[in-house]
Ligand binder design. Structure first.
Ligand SMILES: *Cc1c(COP(=O)(O)O)cnc(C)c1O
Length: 353
């Protein structure tokens, strides 16, 4: 606390990221990072862009990266916005597109950064409870709103909505921007990017942090109607015009072009997720069918999620526990390698039996 803080800062409750401990080598199944490294081609591109040229500013419009993304998704370059992580893309989106008189709507169980941005940017919001089986029900979303945002698949449940339901949202709320946060879409849901030319109120946000193994490079992007993108550019160019570093642009561009490695790794993670789900169920866990690179799992009768989280930590395995209403009975477990998931099963077996 300081007398020099503004009123707004006094009232903030900052986001708490998952632990990134430096003391012990844990098996990290707590922050949805990819267990596989970025490809050799991506690493070489980053090194090649980390030499003498670093004395020069980066390309403020990151044209190479935008055109690679545009080509990959068969959209126009004017439909693409890039910035320094999808958290930053989301921050610009809240300011540019989601601050209106009517409240912004998002699910009560969802990415816990959304309420933080609402406080930071002074945006009215209303949380819409998920149904009892953790589903987003379009009927619960009132007509009167200043925008709607949710992840698809949702976090931390891992449940995905079909494109059909996304279209129902777009049609039911033609005067609101609908933001789909697709951080996990590559692990088993359909991207709404295919709908952006049909709906001028749709913005899709994605990240390189999960399916592309580049959490440390900090690159995210959005795809949508060019007028929405222009709104984001106006905020970015009023805040941080050179948002992406030279090596970040180079690495992310190489990553988009390395389709084979991207497909291989996400298929491996999907296969491991299915095996891990079976293994957890065999131990008596109730596992919500996941379309993401994590599972949300309820421990067997007689075992508390928080205590399992602590006991796993003692055994060198980190998972995520949320001390929050409705979800404090669950663990969110990132899908690692097959070996890491076997270690998890062994550790859980020791604790439970
Ligand atoms: C991980 C995550 C992000 C943030 O990704 P970064 O690009 O690493 O900032 C955004 N939304 C959701 C739902 C996430 O899980």
């Amino acid at each position: 606390m300081s007398q020099f803080w503004s009123d707004r800062i006094h009232q903030l409750t900052p986001y708490t990221p998952g632990e990134q401990p430096k003391d012990v080598q844990y098996i990290k199944l707590n922050t949805n990072e990819n267990p596989y490294p970025p490809s050799e081609a991506v690493q070489q591109a980053i090194i090649a862009a980390s030499g003498d040229d670093l004395r020069l500013y980066s390309d403020p419009s990151a044209t190479d990266l935008k055109s690679a993304i545009a080509e990959f998704y068969s959209v126009d370059i004017t439909n693409v916005f890039v910035s320094n992580s999808s958290d930053e893309v989301l921050a610009h989106t809240f300011v540019a597109l989601l601050k209106h008189d009517a409240p912004l709507l998002f699910p009560d169980i969802s990415y816990s950064f959304y309420p933080v941005y609402c406080k930071l940017f002074d945006i009215e919001s209303m949380q819409i409870p998920l149904t009892d089986n953790f589903e987003i029900d379009i009927k619960d979303y009132p007509k009167e709103n200043g925008g709607i945002i949710f992840p698809n698949p949702n976090a931390p449940t891992g449940k995905a909505l079909s494109l059909e339901v996304i279209e129902q949202f777009l049609q039911a709320h033609p005067n609101s921007v609908i933001v789909i946060d697709e951080a996990y879409v590559d692990f088993g849901a359909d991207s709404a990017i295919s709908l952006i030319n049909q709906y001028d109120n749709l913005l899709v946000v994605q990240t390189f942090s999960k399916s592309r193994s580049l959490a440390g490079l900090r690159v995210g992007f959005a795809v949508g109607n060019s007028a929405l993108i222009e709104g984001l550019e106006r905020v970015k160019n009023s805040f941080h015009p050179y948002a992406l570093a030279r090596n970040a642009i180079a690495g992310a561009t190489a990553s988009i072009k390395d389709v084979a490695n991207f497909d291989k790794n996400r298929q491996k993670i999907i296969a491991t997720r299915e095996k891990a789900t079976t293994a957890l169920e065999a131990l008596g866990f109730e596992v919500i069918p996941s379309s993401a690179n994590f599972v949300f799992a309820k421990p067997p009768q007689g075992f508390e999620a928080e205590s399992l989280y602590l006991q796993l930590k003692n055994k060198g395995i980190l998972v995520r526990y949320f001390n929050a209403p409705r979800i404090d009975g669950y663990l969110r477990i990132t899908i690692g390698t097959d070996d890491e998931m076997s270690s998890l099963s062994r550790a859980l077996k020791e604790i439970i039996t």
